[in-house]
Every structure is written in structure tokens, then in C-alpha cells.
Design a protein around this ligand. Sequence first.
Ligand SMILES: NC(=O)c1ccc[n+]([C@@H]2O[C@H](COP(=O)([O-])OP(=O)(O)OC[C@H]3O[C@@H](n4cnc5c(N)ncnc54)[C@H](O)[C@@H]3O)[C@@H](O)[C@H]2O)c1
Length: 342
Amino acid sequence: MKNILITGGAGFIGSNFIPYFLEKYANYQIVNVDKLTYAGSLDNLLEVACHPQYHFFQGDITDQAFITSLFKKFDFQGVIHLAAESHVDRSIQDPTPFVKTNLEGTFILLEAARLYWLNEPGLPKKNHVASRFLQVSTDEVYGSLGPTGFFTEETAYAPNNPYSATKAGSDLLVHSYIHTYGLNAVTTHASNNYGPKQYAEKLIPKVIQHALQQKSIPIHGQGKAIRDWLYVLDHCKGIDLAFHHGKSGEHYNFGGNHEETNLQIAYQVCILLDELAPLPERNSYKSLITFVTDRPGNDQRYALNIQKAKNELNWEPKENFEIGLRKTVEWYLKMFNKNFNI
Ligand SMILES: NC(=O)c1ccc[n+]([C@@H]2O[C@H](COP(=O)([O-])OP(=O)(O)OC[C@H]3O[C@@H](n4cnc5c(N)ncnc54)[C@H](O)[C@@H]3O)[C@@H](O)[C@H]2O)c1
């Protein structure tokens, strides 16, 4: 049995990843450390709460004594690092927790891994030869694209907001631990995820929530910013493959090959809601869409070249966007009716 540490497992991606991972592997014991900020909820993990190979600790990755004590107790053979402050708008309002969690938190995890896994630079301890740190990063570290082209793993970092800058900084810390100490680590970059369990401040759940409450649906600028959309379970499969089969020191892009403007996304969600939760007199939820001042310095377009993940990890996004979006909307409708986390 191998023990692995998953950080931020009560958030959107982590709470999709943990049940997937426990179902797939019988030989791992998972320790989930999550601070349970506004973005994390144990309601997201009810399905695994009693699983014998799952343990939850409420704690902060910036708490060095706490993280060290967990490494001592569980002798982790791997870290899958998801915990982060993750909302760009909040990072613009107040970057402080982003610097603390994303930069300092990642540093503390890397230090613990270095001290527990390595005897000296380049020389892992006998039982940690294969121990690995998986850094879950984002496409946003690459900056913004014009109307054409794709980010590859070779694209120079050019983060434009405090969220992406702190993610980029944490990726560079990971890079420095690989280069300086020979830490075994892999970094992944995913595009915008969608699916069940995402906190209601992000675009798709926000549109659903506002629509169902018949409040105006705020869309930044004219809704022209383009994002690439990846179903969360496809991302989870990519993290799993990179953790098990990625090459140390490498970066892998996981994109959905599905670009949409934010306005197109809002329209599609409204059309699904018109069908699944119709308003009286056949009114459309689209009429609730309202344009609000654009995010300062908003990135115009993100898109990822995923050839490397295809070639080296045999990964590609499998979910069809229309089906994935329908599943997502249906999940939120069920939760909304239960008045649960939305
Ligand atoms: N959501 C996306 O579209 C997307 C895309 C690419 C990469 N990512 C990255 O994936 C990771 C997970 O994203 P998400 O969407 O699930 O985020 P999220 O905001 O939904 O969840 C983050 C989780 O981290 C926890 N957390 C925050 N600060 C913590 C701290 N100091 N100590 C311990 N736990 C803490 C929160 O309680 C929450 O459960 C992040 O690193 C993010 O940058 C997300």
C-alpha cells in the first residue's frame, strides 16, 4: 500500500479526482489535506467519506509544522498538489491569500518532500526512489493569445494577473527543486475545467445559479474572451497519467480542443435550462444576461496544443462538450433543488 498526499481535495477538481482515483486503484491510501476555504466543501466528498483508504485532515498547506508531521506520520510516496486560491477576480481584489497559499504553500510542500525523500541533491532515500511531486498548474501561466495559435509546453511564461503569476511562481519553485535537488516532479497545465462540484463563482455554475434565481447573469465585457473547455474527469485522467507515466521535469498540457467565447457558454447553459427547467410562458433565461465591466487586463484567448500528452501519455479529452455540459447542468439542477452548495 502506498500513501499519497492530495492537497485541496475538497475543491472542484480534487473532489472529482479522489473518487476516480480510489475507484481505479486498490493500492493507494489517500490523505486529503484541505483548509476548507469558501471554495472547499466536504459535501463534495460524501461518496468516499467512509472509504477505508481515504483520510481527511483539515489543515493549511502553509503550516510547516503540520505538513511536516503528516510526512512523518504517513511517509508519503507521492504528492498531488491541487490546493490553491483559484479565482482570478478574487486575486485582483486581494492578491494576499494567493501569494500565501500558492507560493508559500507550494514551497512548504516542496521542502517537506525534499527533506523526506532525498538524502542529498540527486540522491533519493532507498524507499523514495520513485516518490513523485505532481504540480497541478494552469494554461493561464502562458499569458494571452491572439485569435490564432496555441500554447505548447515550450511557450515562455507570461502570467498577467495575480492568480496566474502566483501559479507561475509556484511552477518555477517546482522547477528549481527539480533542477537543484533532483526532486522527481511533473507539472501539468489544464485549460478551463467544467463539470459537477465547482463553486458557484466560476462561469458555468454562476450562470446556472443566477438563472435559476432569476437574477441578472453578469458577463464580463461583451463576453468575447475565449477559453478552451475541458471536462473535469478528462483532467483527472490526465493528472493520473502524468503522475504514473510522465517524465520527471516535464510539463504536459491538457486541453479540451473546445474553444468558446464566454457569451457562447452562457447562451448554451441558458438553452439547456430552457429545456430542463423551463420558465413560464416560454421565456428564455438568455434575457437575464447582462454585460458588466470587463475584468481589468482580461486575457483574450487561451488554447493549448495537446500533442505531447497524446504522444507521451496516450491522453486525449474524451468527453463531448454538449454531453458534458448537459451532465453538468443536470447535476446543478439536482443540487439546486436540494439547496446544496450553490
Ligand atoms: N478549475 C480550473 O479550471 C483549473 C484549470 C487548470 C488548473 N487548475 C488548478 O487546479 C487546482 C485545483 O483547482 P480547483 O478548480 O479545484 O480549485 P478550487 O478553488 O475549487 O479548490 C481549491 C481547494 O484548495 C483548498 N485550499 C485553498 N487554500 C488552501 C490552503 N492554504 N491549504 C489547504 N487547502 C487550501 C480549498 O479549500 C479548496 O478546497 C488549482 O491549483 C488550480 O490552479 C484549475
